[in-house]
Design a protein around this ligand. Structure first.
Ligand code: ATP
Ligand code: MG
Length: 598
C-alpha cells in the first residue's frame, strides 16, 4: 500500500468518548470508526488485523479437527422458544420482525441454530463426534456499550459447538478446544490466564474463561500462588472459616433499642461488636417474565418500540443474608434462586415491607413472611449474631441459625476478595483484572434435550447428544492486544497480527534518488513476503514518524539522511534504538523477522 494513493487519517487529539488506551489508539490510528453507540466499522488497517486474528483462529480450529461453516445472524424466534431462551434471554437480545410480523433475533450466540443443524443431519453414533464453528457477526444490545471494541453491540465472534456421544467424549472435545485456545491466544501475543467461570445465560456445568490480563479489564479474577487455582471472582467458591466460636454458649435472643443505626457500621459501633458478628440483609424483587404474564413481545410498541427489560409484576420477594463484613455475589445468588439475571432487582423497600414485614435498615431473618430467604452458608456456623428486628430502631442480639431462623436456601453467597482463603488449599488468594477474550463450556444435554437432538447408539437405541460450546471474541481480542501492546506514542502490534509488517518511510519524497531507493525497498519487501506500506506522502518526516508510531507497524525502514551513501535506518517499533544498514540488509532483516515471527 502506498500512503500517497490511499486515504489514511490519523487523529492528533484523543476522541472525547474514548477512555482506555485500546479505544483511543484504534480510533487515533484510523483503524476503526464509530457508526453508532457500540457499533464500529473497520478501516483498512483495522480490518487487516481482524482478518489476521481470524486466520490464527481458523488455523488452530481446523488443526483441532473442527469444521468451519457460516450461518445467518438472523435467527427465528421459534428456535429460541424451543430451547426456552426466548423469554429468559432478556433485553440484550436484539429482536426484529419481518413484514408478516414473524419474530426473529439478531443472534447473540448460536446454540439453538447449531443444535438444529445437528438434529437434522446426525442420526448415527458413527457420525459423532463432530465440532462445527463459524466466524460471524454477533449482536447484543448491551446495557452499557463502552471501551470501543471491548464491549460493543455488534462484534465478531468465533463460536464453535461440539457434539459427542457421551460425557467422556465431551471431556475430550473440551480438552482439545482448551489446547487450541491456548495456542490461539499465545499466537496473538497475549498475556492471558485460563480461569474457572460461571456459565451465565449459556448454561451447562463446567466452564473456563480465557482472560487477557490488563488494568482496564472488566473481569475480576482471583488466583492462588500455592496450588494454582484461578477463577473469576464471580465463580470462585468461598471456603467458610471453621466456626471460631465453637464452644461459646448460645445466648438468649434479645431485642435492643438501636436508634437511627441503619447501616452495619452504625449497628456494630453502637453495640460495640465487630461487623463480623452482624448479619447484613439484602432485599430483592423478582419480576415475572413476558411469558408468565402472557405478553407478546409485540406489546413493546406500547413502550416506544423498545422491549421492556421485564414486566412490572413482582413474582416473588427475596431476602439474602450474609455476614456484615462480607459482600454479596450476585451471580451466586441468581444461580441459587434459579431466576434470570435481568428479572431480579433491588426491591422497593416500601412495597416489600407491606408484603413481607421487612423494615428498611432493620431487616433480619427471624421476622419475615412471604418471601424466599437465602442465607449464606457461613452464617449457619456462627453463633450469637446481631440482626435487624423488623422494627424501626430495633435490633436483635444472640441470633442463632436453626434456633431463631431457618432459610429456604443455604449456600455460598459471598464475593471472594484478595486475601480470602483459596477454596482448594486455603492459602491467601491474589487478585487481578483482565478482559475475557474467550470462554469454553461443557453444555451437556441442555439443548439436545430441549430440542430433541439425538443419535442411535450401537444397539440402535436413541441417546441424547452431549454438547460443548466455545467462543472467542475476535474484535475484543483485537482490543485486548492493543491494551497489552502500546506506549504513549501509539500501538505496538505483535508481528503475528500487525496490519502490515513493515513501513518504508521516505523522508524527502521530492528527491528522485531517495524515492527510487524507497520504491526499490518496498518492492523487494513484497517479493520477500513482507507486507509493506510505503509512506511516500508529501509530508514532513516528523509527521510520518508520528503516524508510523501510532499505526504500530512492527518494522520501520527509513530512507533518510544517509540515503546518498546507500544507508537506511532500520528500527523496530518495540525498541527505541535504530540501526544503520544497506537497503538489501534491511529487506533481509525484515524478511527474517516476519518468517520467524520474532
Ligand atoms: P461478557 O461477560 O463480557 O458480557 P459473555 O461471557 O457474555 O461476555 P460469551 O457469551 O462467553 O460472552 O461470548 C463469547 C466471547 O464473545 C466472549 O468471551 C467475548 O470475547 C466476546 N464478547 C461477548 N460479548 C461481547 C461484546 N459485547 N463485545 C465484544 N465482544 C464480546
Ligand atoms: Mg463469556
Amino acid at each position: 500500500m502506498r500512503l500517497s494513493q490511499v486515504h489514511v487519517k490519523t487523529l492528533r487529539e484523543v476522541p472525547g468518548e474514548a477512555e482506555i488506551p485500546s479505544h483511543i489508539w484504534l480510533l487515533r490510528a484510523g483503524m476503526i470508526r464509530k457508526m453508532v453507540s457500540g457499533v464500529y466499522g473497520y478501516m483498512n488497517m483495522g480490518w487487516r488485523t481482524v482478518r489476521k486474528i481470524e486466520q490464527i483462529v481458523r488455523e488452530e480450529m481446523d488443526a483441532a479437527g473442527a469444521m468451519e461453516i457460516l450461518m445467518s445472524p438472523l435467527q427465528s424466534a421459534d428456535l429460541w422458544r424451543e430451547s426456552g431462551r426466548w423469554s429468559v434471554y432478556g433485553p440484550e437480545m436484539w429482536r426484529v420482525r419481518d413484514r408478516h410480523a414473524r419474530e426473529f433475533c439478531l443472534g447473540p450466540t448460536a446454540e439453538e441454530v447449531f443444535t438444529d443443524i445437528v438434529r437434522d443431519e446426525i442420526t448415527s453414533h458413527k457420525q459423532l463426534p463432530i465440532n462445527l464453528y463459524q466466524i460471524q457477526t454477533k449482536y447484543r444490545d448491551e446495557a452499557r456499550p463502552r471501551y470501543g471494541l471491548m464491549r460493543s453491540r455488534e462484534f465478531i465472534m468465533k463460536d464453535a459447538y461440539s457434539f459427542d456421544k457421551d460425557s467422556e467424549g465431551l471431556a475430550e472435545s473440551y480438552r482439545v478446544m482448551f489446547g487450541a485456545y491456548e495456542r490461539i491466544f499465545t499466537r496473538c501475543g497475549l498475556d492471558f490466564r485460563a480461569v474457572y467461570a460461571d456459565s451465565g445465560a449459556i448454561g451447562g456445568n463446567e466452564s473456563q474463561e480465557f482472560v487477557a490480563l490488563c488494568e482496564y479489564g472488566e473481569s475480576d479474577i482471583v488466583h492462588c500462588g500455592v496450588c494454582g487455582f484461578a477463577a473469576t471472582a464471580d465463580q470462585a467458591g468461598f471456603r467458610d472459616e471453621p466456626a471460631a466460636l465453637g464452644d461459646e454458649p448460645l445466648e438468649e435472643m434479645k431485642e435492643v433499642n438501636t436508634p437511627g443505626a441503619m447501616t452495619i457500621e452504625d449497628v456494630a459501633a453502637f453495640l460495640g461488636v465487630g461487623k463480623d458478628r452482624t448479619i447484613k440483609a439484602l432485599l430483592f424483587a423478582v419480576y415475572k417474565d413476558d411469558e408468565e404474564i402472557g405478553r407478546e413481545t409485540d406489546d413493546a410498541d406500547d413502550v416506544g418500540g423498545k422491549a421492556p427489560a421485564r414486566s412490572y409484576e413482582v413474582s416473588e420477594y427475596v431476602c439474602a443474608f450474609i455476614r456484615g463484613d462480607r459482600e454479596l455475589n450476585m451471580t451466586k445468588l441468581v444461580n441459587a434462586l434459579g431466576v434470570a439475571e435481568h428479572l431480579i432487582e433491588f426491591a422497593d423497600e416500601s412495597l416489600m415491607s407491606e408484603a413481607t414485614g421487612c423494615v428498611g435498615g432493620f431487616t433480619g431473618p427471624t421476622c419475615l413472611h412471604d418471601c424466599r430467604i437465602a442465607v449464606d452458608s457461613e452464617l449457619t456456623g456462627l453463633k450469637n449474631l446481631v440482626a435487624g428486628a423488623c422494627r424501626k430502631d430495633y435490633h436483635l442480639t444472640g441470633v442463632n441459625y436453626g434456633r431463631d431462623y431457618t432459610a429456604d436456601i443455604v449456600t455460598d453467597l459471598k464475593l471472594v476478595r484478595e486475601g480470602d482463603p483459596c477454596p482448594v488449599c486455603g492459602a491467601a488468594l491474589g487478585s487481578a483484572r483482565g478482559i475475557e477474550v474467550g470462554q469454553v463450556f461443557k453444555l451437556g444435554t441442555k439443548y439436545s434435550e430441549a430440542m430433541g437432538a439425538t443419535y442411535r447408539d450401537e444397539n440402535m437405541e436413541e441417546q441424547l447428544i452431549v454438547m460443548g460450546c466455545y467462543g472467542i471474541g475476535i474484535t475484543r481480542t483485537m482490543s485486548a492486544i492493543v491494551e497489552q501492546n502500546h506506549d504513549d506514542k501509539g500501538i505496538i502490534w505483535p508481528i503475528s497480527v500487525a496490519p502490515y509488517h513493515a513501513i518504508v518511510t521516505l523522508a524527502k519524497p521530492d528527491d528522485a534518488v531517495a524515492l527510487e531507493m524507497a520504491e526499490g525497498i518496498y518492492k523487494d519487501l513484497l517479493v520477500a513476503g513482507v507486507e509493506a506500506v510505503l509512506d511516500d506522502r508529501d509530508e514532513r518526516a516528523g509527521v510520518k514518524f508520528k503516524d508510523a508510531d501510532i499505526f504500530g507497524i512492527p518494522i520501520r525502514i527509513t530512507v533518510g539522511r544517509k540515503y546518498a551513501d546507500g544507508i537506511v535506518e532500520y528500527k523496530l517499533r518495540a525498541q527505541s534504538e535504530a540501526s544503520e544498514m544497506t537497503p538489501d540488509e534491511a529487506v533481509s532483516h525484515a524478511a527474517a523477522a516476519v518468517h520467524t515471527g520474532a
